[in-house]
Design a protein around this ligand. Structure first.
Ligand code: PRP
Ligand code: MG
Length: 183
């Protein structure tokens, strides 16, 4: 599959690479103000958040640390199973740390509401969330997101880290996957 074939599997491009980068810069300025003088721990949620994490971390003019967790509730489908599994845990001790969870998307909200509770229970001083995308119409639980990029319609999207069956993560824009791909 070459890069042009990826575009053929999309119904439409929703957010371009340039729009993503402008939004991440905007979020970074707010985060810098809010955490000035602090040592922030960014927790990226594998694998979808890899691109947001890489771009956000480099945009932040703050002394940050990065750690990663892998949790999965989707498997290879387009619907959340609601059951969150830890596939890879953090290396860091969270006691007294200011933690910012970095995510690509909040869909049902099940992953992040579970994850926030899990990290808070480890003694972090604060746990906030930065998510590039949120689908308000898909929410099954309400998640309080301090740094939100874009609100998007309730459609399955891919690109910029987001996958369908592990594909399309390297597409640079974010687009709506054409239903013929998963029908
Ligand atoms: O709000 P929710 O309905 O819980 O969905 C959001 C979660 O689903 C996706 O991860 P996925 O489980 O597909 O793993 P991945 O990041 O490896 O693709 C996404 O990256 C979020 O972590
Ligand atoms: Mg996924």
């Amino acid at each position: 599959m070459d890069y042009q074939d990826i575009a053929a599997d999309l119904e439409s491009v929703l957010i371009t690479e340039d729009e993503i980068h402008a939004k991440i810069a905007e979020l970074a300025r707010r985060i810098e103000t809010d955490y000035a003088g602090e040592k922030l721990l960014l927790v990226g949620v594998l694998k979808g958040a890899v691109m947001v994490m890489a771009d956000l971390a480099r945009e932040l003019h703050l002394p940050i640390e990065m750690d990663w967790m892998a949790v999965s509730s989707y498997g290879s489908g387009t619907q959340s199973s609601g059951v969150v599994r830890i596939l890879k845990d953090l290396d860091s001790d969270l006691h007294g740390r200011k933690v910012l969870i970095v995510e690509d998307i909040i869909d049902s909200g099940l992953t992040l509401s579970w994850l926030r509770g899990n990290l808070e229970s480890r003694g972090a001083e604060s746990v906030e969330i930065c998510a590039l995308l949120r689908k308000p119409d898909a929410a099954k639980v309400i998640v309080d997101v301090k740094y939100e990029g874009f609100q998007i319609p309730n459609a399955f999207v891919v690109g910029y880290g987001l996958d369908y069956a592990e594909k399309y993560r390297n597409f640079r824009d974010i687009g709506v996957l054409a239903p013929h791909v998963y029908a």
